[in-house]
Each structure stands twice: as structure tokens, then as C-alpha cells.
Design a protein around this ligand. Structure first.
Ligand code: ZN
Length: 443
């Protein structure tokens, strides 16, 4: 309540200031003092902090992990979210394409259910929401707004019907691809692999239908992971601004998963002519933050992969399941040998994106529980998020700037995606849904 009162004062001060100035009367010193006094903790508490990417659902399903459990090598639980004043989390619905080859939708539905089970178990601490209003409502009730995003268009199994089903279940963004190209959109993860079929222009006709249908439904289009060509193709046709749910800056760390300065600006300009533009949510993974970490990772890749392959073969020989978390443990044991970059390097990415794309186009997409390697020093869970706020304030960012980065920008984009959806649903132009049967022919 203390913080809210301060904010109200701050707002009235800002409004009153031009009048004060014209009358040549200095602002009351008490107000000046109040605005200066906002501590990093107060700024953190005055924000609706939103993280757009945590892979914890893998743990719910594969490890029977409960959000009240201790972190136990993971990054995310309710206690750490509370400590860091996290307001909203988008849990990632990510289907590992290799072990789930013939049943992407099945695994997708299991992961969606796992998120809902957690909310059902912890109704006092979590609230399942599907809208910006819902995020604000959960915030008022001091609960973690719980949302979902699908990571990888392969989850829809070439079916707009499944896309609509996922929307109906509450999914509010979809990353067009994960590291695998899916036939209608290309991934940065395999774009150089000539053994994998790719599209001619970044999106097939069906891929364009997916983008349009997401716009129409009000599902945010997430361009993290896609190839550069798919990125630009998507931006040409989307009517709503896009998000990068977990991507960093390629100028600082040259990896295909990160975004060039030109792409950062393109996200800021995405959407229709009246759009306020999209947002790039910075990924915390050390390999995307620090070039040295990435290079060290690459150097140990053959040895690391051999260890994974050996363990997989052993599990198979013993008729045991080999899960994502089994692989994660092996990957991690290798990456733990590389020293973690300092937190300041992550702040450099936020700073860079704010300078290149603008302060209204940067946010946080941690990738908690989704990275095999370490996060930067001192950043182990949402409990450490206030350190980011502190660092931004130290670099001269205002409280208002921090609130935008911490969640305000994402809320703005989410609202605009909803508004575009309403417009498209009201239009009389032929809709994809009118073209039944619209499904891609089965091979
Ligand atoms: Zn990812």
C-alpha cells in the first residue's frame, strides 16, 4: 500500500509539473524527495513483473515436481516467484519432437494439463488466466498469474483445428517453431541442415494461414527460434505486433537464436500501421548472453553429445525411459565446467535492445528450467529478479522504464493482440474457418 501511495503521488506530480513550471514556482521539496526515494525494492514491488518463458512443465510431468517443492537443481517454484515479486509466468508447453514423434498433440495436452493441475493444487497462490485483465486481477489478489505458451508449431500437427483447441484451453502464444523446422515454418536450429526440407519463402501458404488464424484468435505470435527468413516473412503478414518470448541480442552474442539489430527494430515496428509495436523478451541463458560461454559450449559439444548418446543407448538396452531431465543432467554436468558470465552481461543485452529497438520493446523471457547450462552469476531463480531491477536503476533507468521492462511492455502488446483479434473477428472478409475442410492433406 505504501508503494501505491507513492505511485499516486508520482503520477499527480507528473501531471502538475507543467503548471508548476509556468508559475515559476519550484515543486514542493517533499514530492521531489518522494520520487527520488523509490528504492529498487519499491520499484520491483510497484511493477507487474512478467516472465514469458519457463520450461517447468517438463518437470511437472517427468519428475512429478510440485511448485511447492524445493528447487532441487531447477530454477522455478512458488517460493522463489514470491520472493522476486513475480506477477505472471508463461509456462512453456514444449514437446520434444524426437521422443514424441508420432504424438505431438498428446504430449501437448499432457503438458497443458500439468499446468492446470498445479493451479488446482495451489489456488491460494496461483490463478490461471488468459488475458492482460486476468494478469492484473491475479496481481491484485497477490497470486501468480499463470499462463501458457506453446513452444514449437509442430504441436498443432498441421491442423488449424488443433490450434483453435489449444487457444480454447488457454494457450496465449505460440512460438512458430522450436529448433526443428515443421514443414510450414523454418527454424534457426536446422536451417543449415540440407537433409531437412525447408520452405521456399520462410512460410508456406498453410504457414500464412497459421499466422492469420493466430491473429484472429488473439494468440500472440512468438518469433523466438525461427529462421531469419521465417521471421521477416511473418512480420510482413502479421496484423498484430509479435513477441520474441525468449531471445537476446546477436550484436552481443552471435548465435542464430539471438536477434540482429535490424530484427530488433523490425519487432519494434511490427503490427499494423497504428500498432505500438512488439517486444523482445531477453533470454537469460549464459550461452545466448556471453560469446565466451557459447564458444566454450561449442568446443565441448562432441564430447557432451557422446555422453548423452551413450546414456540413451544404455537406457534403451535396459528398457528404461530416457527423459528430458535425464538428458538435462548430463548436459548440465558438462556445462557446469564453464564459468558463468556476470549478471552485468545480461543487463548489457537489455540495455542494447532498449537502445536499438526502444525502451517500449524489451522485457524478460528467462528460459528458467529450459536451459541445460547455467544462468549468469547470481541469477538462479525468480527470487533473483530484483537484482535486474537494481542493475537497471544503477545504469540510470527510471522507475517507469523499469516497470516497462519488467512487464508493462508485454502487457501492452498482449492488449493490442486482443484488440486486433476483435477487429479481425468483426471483419466480413472470408475467414479461414469458412473454408472447411481446410486441413492440409494428410501424407
Ligand atoms: Zn526455447
Amino acid at each position: 500500500m505504501q508503494t501505491r501511495a507513492l505511485l499516486a503521488l508520482f503520477a499527480s506530480f507528473t501531471l502538475a509539473f507543467p503548471l508548476v513550471q509556468s508559475a515559476q514556482t519550484p515543486a514542493p521539496p517533499s514530492l521531489k524527495m518522494t520520487t527520488k526515494k523509490l528504492s529498487p525494492d519499491q520499484v520491483q514491488k510497484s511493477a507487474i513483473v512478467i516472465d514469458t518463458h519457463a520450461d517447468t512443465p517438463q518437470r511437472f510431468v517427468d519428475e512429478n515436481f510440485d511448485l511447492n517443492d524445493p528447487l532441487n537443481l531447477g530454477n522455478f517454484n512458488l517460493e522463489s516467484a514470491r520472493k522476486g515479486n513475480l506477477g505472471a509466468e508463461f509456462f512453456s508447453i514444449w514437446v520434444d519432437p524426437v521422443p514424441n514423434k508420432s504424438h505431438f498433440a498428446r504430449r501437448t495436452l499432457i503438458l497443458i494439463d500439468s499446468v492446470k493441475q498445479q493451479v488446482a493444487k495451489h489456488p491460494d497462490q496461483m490463478m490461471f488466466v488468459t488475458s492482460p485483465d486476468g494478469i492484473e486481477e491475479a496481481h491484485r489478489e497477490h497470486k501468480l498469474a499463470t499462463l501458457m505458451g506453446i513452444e514449437g508449431g509442430h504441436s498443432i500437427e498441421d491442423s488449424l483445428a488443433l490450434l483453435r483447441d489449444y487457444y480454447a484451453l488457454g494457450v496465449r502464444y505460440m512460438t512458430l517453431t522450436w529448433s526443428n523446422s515443421n514443414g510450414w515454418a523454418d527454424s534457426s536450429g536446422d536451417i543449415d541442415d540440407t537433409s531437412i526440407p525447408h520452405t521456399k519463402e520462410g512460410l508456406t501458404e498453410f504457414g500464412k494461414d497459421v499466422v492469420y488464424e493466430m491473429n484472429r484468435l488473439g494468440m500472440m505470435i512468438d518469433i523466438s527460434h525461427v529462421s531469419d527468413r521465417t521471421f521477416y516473412r511473418t512480420l510482413v503478414i502479421t496484423r498484430a505486433p509479435v513477441i520474441a518470448s525468449h531471445s537476446s541480442a546477436r550484436a552481443l552474442c552471435d548465435v542464430p537464436r539471438n536477434m540482429t539489430d535490424d530484427m530488433l527494430r523490425a519487432v519494434a515496428n511490427s503490427g499494423g500501421p497504428n500498432s505500438k509495436g512488439g517486444v523482445v523478451q531477453v533470454n537469460f541463458f549464459s550461452g545466448f548472453v556471453s560469446q565466451a560461454y557459447w564458444d566454450a559450449m561449442k568446443a565441448q559439444a562432441p564430447e557432451r553429445q557422446k555422453a548423452v548418446d551413450d546414456a540413451k543407448a544404455k537406457a534403451k538396452a535396459e528398457s528404461r525411459e530416457f527423459t528430458y531431465s535425464d538428458e538435462e543432467k548430463i548436459q548440465r554436468s558438462y556445462m557446469d565446467r564453464i564459468s558463468r558470465p556476470p549478471l552485468s552481461m545480461l543487463i548489457d543485452h537489455i540495455d542494447h535492445i532498449a537502445k536499438v529497438a526502444g525502451i517500449d520493446h524489451v522485457g524478460l523471457g528467462s528460459d528458467f528450467d529450459g536451459v541445460s547450462g547455467q544462468l549468469p552469476e547470481g541469477l538462479d531463480s525468480p527470487a533473483d529478479l530484483p537484482k535486474i531491477t537494481q542493475a537497471l536503476l544503477d545504469r540510470g533507468y527510471s522507475a517507469e522504464d523499469c516497470r516497462k521492462i519488467l512487464g508493462g511492455n508485454l502487457l501492452r502488446v498482449f492488449r493490442e493482440v486482443e484488440a486486433v483479434s476483435k477487429q479481425l473477428q468483426a471483419e466480413s472478409r472470408p475467414r479461414i474457418t469458412d473454408k472447411q475442410p481446410f486441413e492440409k492433406p494428410q501424407k
